[in-house]
Design a protein around this ligand. Structure first.
Ligand code: SF4
Length: 105
């Protein structure tokens, strides 16, 4: 989530995502804007992911489906896990192996 100073609105990272703006601080108060976040598809993403194959994944406790932006790039919605899933699994396994080698875990 970003608070943009130029337009003073809440949105994702660039103008392409302006359709996902939660509101405009020029016209509304923060108290009026914040409840919209809980009604958004983005906010519900955690629930979608918790019911997906991610829930069975060994790395779910650290990953939770990855970045929602990456998930959006994968399928054009916020229900998808990151498109970097395969890479994440390799990275997490590598980190785990190194931590085991050094006795950290
Ligand atoms: S590594 Fe892949 S399957 Fe596992 S939680 Fe992350 S996105 Fe989901």
């Amino acid at each position: 989530m970003t608070i943009r100073t130029k337009l003073a609105n809440f949105s994702l990272q660039n103008d392409y995502y302006a359709q996902y703006s939660y509101g405009n601080l020029h016209n509304e108060t923060l108290v009026e804007i914040l409840p919209r976040i809980k009604q958004s598809e983005i906010y519900k993403r955690a629930e979608y992911i918790s019911k997906s194959d991610c829930a069975q994944c060994k790395w779910y406790y650290v990953c939770h489906g990855g970045c929602l932006h990456d998930g959006f790039l994968r399928n054009g919605d916020f229900k998808s896990k990151t498109l970097l899933c395969h890479a994440y699994k390799q990275i997490f396994a590598h980190i785990e192996a190194k931590m085991q080698m050094t006795g950290m875990i």
